[in-house]
Design a binder for this molecule. Structure first.
Ligand code: E4P
Length: 217
């Protein structure tokens, strides 16, 4: 399973990229706003720091304007993936861009039927938002299971990119279902490394090792 980080914070992206475990980055207009930086400059910096796909979202709502914005964004770097909303105009744009060899991430997906449409439009990635679904009292992960079944039934190549991840259990469930990618905030990715017993075990080993008076040389 690929790991993307969901942020526009270049320092946090660079830190995670150093682990060698980061496969890509997703951004959205809210994350760009949070960064306080210029959109095109942030995308340029991120695309240079990470080899994998970097999602940059169009903000237009009509097809012609989405195409114009996508044209600007895709020229930034080869690994820029154009993010479009799951609307009729968004899927029209998806079809046009992917037919032309551009990677497209279809975002704001909340049903398996929407994911089916995105696959038919040739999406490279579909982003179902599990956390926002959970927030309103539904089971976000159920949609991921349904999309996995549908895509496997028809051999769709569209990758399931589980988005709006809130905690490590979402990551675990995504892996068990066989999602292709997860995108999570930096804090959730850091949580994946941690366990109190790992920390306690390390402390014990360090103190027992000190008592041996030895060094590895
Ligand atoms: C995905 O690409 C989105 O940017 C993101 O996962 C949305 O997450 P949120 O629901 O925490 O805003």
């Amino acid at each position: 399973m690929k790991f993307f980080v969901d942020t526009a914070d270049i320092d946090q992206i660079r830190e995670l990229a150093e682990t060698g475990l980061l496969d890509g980055v997703t951004t959205n207009p809210s994350l760009i706003h949070k960064s306080g930086k210029n959109f095109l400059e942030v995308v340029r910096d991120i695309a240079a720091a990470v080899a994998g796909p970097v999602s940059a979202e169009v903000v237009a709502t009509d097809h012609a304007e989405m195409m114009r914005e996508a044209e600007i964004l895709r020229k930034i770097a080869e690994n820029v993936t154009i993010k479009v909303p799951l609307t009729i105009d968004g899927l029209k744009t998806c079809k046009a861009l992917t037919s032309d060899g551009t990677m497209v991430n279809v975002t704001l997906c909340f049903t398996a039927n929407q994911a089916l449409l995105a696959a038919k439009a040739g999406a490279t990635f579909i982003s179902p938002f599990v956390g926002r679904h959970d927030d309103i009292g539904f089971d976000g992960m159920q949609i991921i299971s349904d999309i996995r079944i549908i895509y496997d039934n028809y051999d769709y190549a569209t990758q399931i990119l589980v988005a709006s991840i809130r905690h490590p259990v979402h990551v675990l469930e995504s892996a068990k279902i066989g999602a292709d990618v997860i995108t999570a905030p930096p804090a959730v990715i850091h949580q994946l490394f941690k366990h109190p017993l790992t920390d306690r075990g390390l402390e014990t080993f360090a103190s027992d090792w000190a008592k041996t008076g030895q060094t590895i040389a």
